[in-house]
Design a protein around this ligand. Sequence first.
Ligand SMILES: Nc1ncnc2c1ncn2[C@@H]1O[C@H](COP(=O)(O)OP(=O)(O)OP(=O)(O)O)[C@@H](O)[C@H]1O
Ligand SMILES: [Mg+2]
Length: 586
Amino acid sequence: MREPVCDRQVREAQHRLDDLTHRVGLLAEQQPLVGETMQELSTALQELRVAADELQQQNEELAETRELVEEERRRYQELFDDAPDGYLVTDAEGTIQQANGVAASLLGVRRDFLVGKPFVVFVAREAQRAFGAYMARLHNGHPERVAEWQTTVQPRGGPSYPITLTTGRIRNRKGRLIGLRWMLRDSTERVRSEVARRQWEAQLQHTQRLESLGVLAGGIAHDFNNLLMGVLCSAELALLRLPQDAPARADVEQIVAATHRAAGLTGQMLAYSGRGTFQVQPILLSTLIREMEPLIRAALPKTCALEFDLGESLPAIEADATQLRQVLMNLVVNAGEAVGDAAGSIAVRVGVRECDRAYLAGGVLGNEIPEGPHVSLEVADTGCGMSGETQARMFEPFFTTKFTGRGLGLAAVLGIVRGHHGTILVTSEPGRGTRIEVLFPPTTQPAMAPQVPAPAPPAWRGEGTILVVDDEASIRAGASQVLEHAGFTVLTAADGHEAVAVFREHAETVRAVLLDLTMPNMDGATTARALRQIRPDVRVILSSGYTAEEATRQFTERDLAGFLQKPYALKALLAAVRGAMEPANR
Ligand SMILES: Nc1ncnc2c1ncn2[C@@H]1O[C@H](COP(=O)(O)OP(=O)(O)OP(=O)(O)O)[C@@H](O)[C@H]1O
Ligand SMILES: [Mg+2]
């Protein structure tokens, strides 16, 4: 190490002092003053040496500190260069003074190219005005650190993309703004997931809206059914009482017909809400369709060719026959309306389809359906087809493109298929036609023939006592009148508790109980169990506007002597009562 300057100077002064001391040594005795001066000089020199030592030490400390500072600066530079985000330092006007590697690659240029350029030249043209306002805010506004801000950058030779900026101000000691620190982060992914999230939310809202529409439609339809019941009972009774030649007969017949049409509509709404009546049993689709052939033909325009392909020996499905008929009719009627009066054809096919995840993903009922073979019901037409817009909304309740349409057909199909754990696939092209495929999970159970009670002849008369249980007064009154007219004695009860009390008193004479399934306080299923405890062979005819699938499953075939779908016509009521009393006629 080189000898520090002050050390050397102190040493030279020492030499000169020694020399001087030696030379004046001889004079010292005669000149005491000189001797004293020399002594003082020597002391001063000593002090100087101590000061030089201290200085030396301070010097060393300073060198150490400088090394530490240098080390820190290097570390900061490395951090700056290797940071996962882009960093820029600009002057207060935004001219780049320093940039790290990530900033350079985010802006699509070499690092040295950035220095000296205004940052704004890398901002996409459409975002420059907003960027100017942002800079103004940095100059004037608070807070000190501007929260994250989105802009779009335009890198050299590449497409523009979104970026998140976080900016901090650099001030001098007097508080004047002298520069800006920028952090840049590519937010393409963030923006993309934000867009996906918004889409998902919109989808969810749409689904929730449809669900609440379903609840609403179901609720209204249920109440409506009860009212229709009252109208139907009274109108049919009036028909029974009116003489054959009464002029009012035609009017009352109109009422009955209109009530049936109204009941058809409430039936569609109930089906959509998933609360239509459910009597599930193993059914062969092909058999069911074969039985419906005349009905299908009658529903189609005469000019329309109809073709069936009802595959052989297919597995059965667990289904409600009435609802399956509703699905098929709604699809076929739509197909017929799509073909219209023009020449065209409709094909109804039933088969087995092996479905993998990819195939099922095209269905409207999502991914809850397991992979594997499914029974497929397909209705294809060569009609007008659908635009993408119509396809997106076709299953919405009340969505229609037809002048007199109600928009309930496909909504009902959707509700029913959902209730059967199936799904629906649609392919359609404007002007070319539509193919709608419904998939049902197969069952290994052997098929049973759907039960349809034989209608009782209107003149059929019975005798004995029947207990009518319903919370709706108009239904109790209507059913009582019909049954009394047919020769029965009728007892009524407004809920389950009353039914049990009345039944306990008349257990021996009651021949059958007409029981509503959905009642407050004590529902039909619980009431039926209580009645059976009093008399195990009680004959219960269940009636309901809707029942949840589980509710009907609480009954076994043996427990029920019949089922009546509300609103029921007089004939259906008599047929069910007759079926319950004379099982051979069921
Ligand atoms: N096979 C088809 N070809 C072309 N468009 C169809 C077909 N099926 C349904 N659509 C379109 O979907 C819409 C909704 O059908 P949906 O059956 O629910 O109601 P609707 O037929 O209009 O009325 P409703 O069936 O209640 O009388 C129709 O208005 C129509 O635009
Ligand atoms: Mg329709």
